[in-house]
Write a protein that binds this ligand. Structure first.
Ligand code: 26Q
Length: 764
């Protein structure tokens, strides 16, 4: 029996010579974390020798870990009592920054899946990179985004354990880099299962070269060390593939190779595929495939034996439908970074062509993994994997019909759908304890922790007393958010308003531009006296733009300009607030989501693979204002179309329009749209001489790739209807309840269970 948690905390603090009352935040964080970790240490080190799954991902956006681990370890209540007993603040760790080792949805999904697998007793370990700096810290200066380094380690990293004796060497064309693992315990329900997130840190295997140093060549002496250590310095801040950067390829091979070597070592003599199922989170870790084949052949297998082993082992999740986002590398770049992998790729290509020929296919062009100087990573992943999956029903259908059509024709059973999910522990129990308690009181604690049976809330959709409680909780969460935003942004937001929320990475396809143009249109109509009975609304935006993504940064500037426009007008200020929250991250999401009334999911139909923020918002009682895209389709199926607000073009209509889409036709025929587009250039709004607004205007008029103009009228109308219907607060609360009740399907426990059963062949 581990020593009592309280004793363990005090003993840890004694190492610093302090007590709970006198400890500073870092000391307390370290002590509480170490004490909690020691409670599960035994379990963690004693793992059963059954087949496990490995989730290979360049990103794990885990967010703040301390409360989540305390909750699952069954220690959260004891921790809070301990703090209160000593007159200390149980919320103190709210000040600890997030490890932001991911960009957005893909990285957060990986984190939810690890948590769910541990919670459900599924043996799933994560493998990734321990970036020295996470996704940049965002500041807004004069309305423009500025990026700063995210030094997440300044808080210490008490949840990680460095395992020097598990370090491995990764081979590159120009030498070796040492990969040192840092293990994080992923604690399941009451600590019954403890899985591992293993993040590799790049280090030099060469000691500092004193010969060079003595020869006065100081810089050179430090050179190779620096080069190796730079490898895991930063997370690439693009959430789409664009530039074939050498360092990115090095990163991908670095963690893929280290992870395969690690698993091989743990396999011993047993066949690899009997011990491991490997899930590729997008194509980013796909070089793990030739790496495994190479190592198996080096161990004595023939190529075909090794290939078959790889096929049994690997499966691949696709997260995008946009063809241009499919990851490609130039062969020459690959040759310079990982030359030893090229012969394996050629053999895989030979095998691919043989399989195609056997099926009577003579045109290899759409399939070739290596075509001239291009290596297609997604094709490699699809060809070798035994299962490929999309992340929402509509996304999987689009994959089968378009980007992966040829592969689907070749092998109709291999592409399947596993709709994404979110962990209810973080996205209900931890971020909204008030609502979790209501669910627990109504349906039992299990429903609040697992969402099992939460559909029974439907019976309360018209229950007066329940409706009152739901309204009251929303009010409390708005107060908390307003307080938090005041602290962070120094802005006061009103409580008696609709909280209309769009929080996600800034991307043209996600159409934050559509949102803000419609807000501007609302402003103009209020000014002209047209919208006399408008329900006051706070429009909340949050998200980061990739540092090199000019148009996305222009949209941030525009949102801030509209915000200023509103603030300058007493008439508007009375009805509207526009708030762009700074440095949106997982912890910020945990504050905003419980307070939201409207979840903006307005991507052009056919562009958002799934979306998972939409699920978090529905679970917290927001209604979706969205297009028929990604998981919105299934959300509406679960929660009822009448309880959500769907607008805009459907995928089929987008396809039909594509050939001769002319945005000017919409602009010329819709005076309201024309007015807001004009406002970009007629001096109504200030872009401080950056030229950004006229670039936005040009892009809308000339191309409008994501059909903002086509969906504008439908969006504004639906938004108006929502604004009117909100006034009947009880009927709106019924809609909230129906959304909460419908969220059960989106638990990541369900998703991970599907992966385990249908793809990995693993039992709980
Ligand atoms: C690749 C190569 C080089 C540099 C960067 C990248 C890169 C990095 C991150 C490419 C893509 C990403 C992230 C993609 C992502 O987050 N996709 C989202 O995945 C979610 C989980 O499935 C979905 O819900 C979202 O719809 C999808 O946009």
């Amino acid at each position: 029996m581990a020593i009592k948690f309280e004793t363990a905390v005090k003993e840890e603090l004694a190492k610093y010579g302090v007590e709970i009352e006198t400890a500073d935040i870092k000391q307390l964080y370290n002590a509480v974390s170490s004490a909690a970790l020691s409670q599960v240490a035994k379990k963690w080190n004693r793992q059963k020798k059954t087949k496990r799954a490995a989730y290979l991902s360049a990103e794990f956006l885990i967010g703040r870990v301390v409360y989540a681990n305390l909750l699952n370890g069954g220690l959260l209540d004891r921790f809070k009592e301990l703090m209160i007993k000593h007159d200390a603040d149980p919320e103190i760790f709210e000040r600890i920054g997030d490890p932001a080792l991911g960009n957005g949805g893909l990285g957060r999904l990986a984190a939810c899946y690890l948590e769910s697998a541990a919670y459900c007793g599924i043996g799933l370990d994560g493998y990734g990179i321990r970036y020295r700096y996470g996704l940049f810290r965002q500041q807004i200066e004069n309305g423009f985004q500025r990026e700063y380094a995210d030094d997440w380690l300044k808080w210490g990293d008490p949840w990680s354990v460095r395992k020097d004796y598990d370090a491995v060497k990764v081979q590159f064309g120009d030498g070796y880099v040492t990969a040192v693992p840092y293990d994080m315990a992923i604690i399941g329900k009451n600590g019954a299962t403890v899985n591992t997130l293993r993040l590799w840190q790049a280090e030099s295997d060469e000691p500092f070269d004193f010969n060079l140093f003595n020869m006065q060549k100081y810089e050179k002496a430090a050179d190779s060390r620096l080069k190796a250590e730079r490898l895991s310095d930063v997370l690439y801040p693009n959430d789409d593939t664009l530039q074939g950067k050498k360092l990115r390829l090095r990163q991908e091979y670095f963690f893929s190779s280290a992870s395969i070597i690690d698993m091989l070592r743990k396999c011993g003599d047993k066949p690899f595929s009997s011990q491991y199922a490997v899930q590729l989170n997008d194509s980013h870790p796909t070089v793990a495939i030739p790496e495994l084949i190479l190592r198996l052949t080096e161990g004595g297998m023939t190529f075909n034996e090794a290939f078959n082993e790889a096929r049994k082992t690997f499966s691949y999740t696709n997260h995008t439908v946009m063809p241009e986002a499919m990851e490609k590398w130039s062969l020459s770049l690959m040759r310079s970074v990982i030359p030893h992998i090229i012969p394996v790729l050629r053999q895989i290509q030979k095998r691919l062509r043989a399989e195609l020929s056997a099926k009577g296919i003579t045109d290899f062009t759409p399939y070739d993994i290596i075509d001239n100087d291009t290596v297609h990573m997604a094709r490699l992943a699809v060809f070798v994997s035994h299962k490929v999956n999309g992340v929402a029903a509509i996304h999987t259908e689009i994959l089968k019909d378009t980007v992966l059509k040829e592969w689907h024709d070749l092998n109709p059973d291999s592409i399947i759908n596993v709709t994404n999910g979110i962990t209810p522990r973080r996205w209900l129990a931890l971020c909204n304890p008030e609502l979790a308690e209501l669910v627990a009181d109504t349906l039992g604690e299990d429903a609040s922790l697992t969402l099992k049976g939460i559909d029974r809330l439907q019976d309360f959709a018209n229950d007066k007393a329940f409706i009152e409680k739901i309204k009251q909780i929303k009010r409390i969460k708005k107060e908390q958010l307003a307080h938090y935003i005041f602290e962070r942004e120094k802005r006061e937001i009103r409580l008696d308003a609709i909280y209309d929320v769009q929080i996600k990475r800034l991307h043209e396809y996600k159409r934050q531009l559509l949102n803000i143009l419609s807000v501007l249109d609302t402003c103009f109509r209020i000014e002209s006296g047209e919208l006399a009975d408008f329900t006051p609304t706070v429009y909340i935006f949050g998200g980061k733009a990739a540092p090199g993504y000019y148009m996305a940064k222009a949209v941030i500037k525009l949102i801030n300009a509209v915000s200023e426009y509103v603030e300058a007008s007493p008439q508007l200020r009375d009805k509207i607030q526009v708030v762009f929250v700074t440095d949106y991250n997982v912890s910020y999401a945990e504050k905003i989501i419980p307070a939201a009334d409207i979840s903006e999911q307005i991507s052009l139909a056919g562009t958002e693979a799934s979306g998972t923020g939409n699920m978090k918002l529905m679970l917290n009682g927001a209604v979706t204002l969205g297009t028929y895209d990604g998981a919105n389709v299934e959300i509406v199926e679960q929660a009822g179309e009448q309880n959500n607000y769907i607008f805009g073009l459907r995928v089929e209509e987008v396809e039909k329009l594509k050939g001769d889409y002319t945005p000017m036709r919409y602009i010329d025929s819709n005076p309201r749209l024309k007015r807001v587009v004009d406002a970009l250039t007629d001096g109504t709004l200030q872009d401080d001489g950056s030229g950004m607004f006229s670039d936005l205007s040009d892009s809308l008029k000339n191309e409008d790739r994501y059909m903002v103009c086509a969906d504008f009228a439908s969006y504004c109308d639906t938004r108006d209807r929502l604004n009117r219907e909100y006034r009947d607060e009880d009927s709106f609360a019924s809609k909230r309840i129906m959304n909460i009740a419908g969220a059960g399907y989106f638990s990541s426990d369900r998703s991970v269970g599907e992966y385990a059963k249908r793809i990995w062949g693993i039992k709980k």
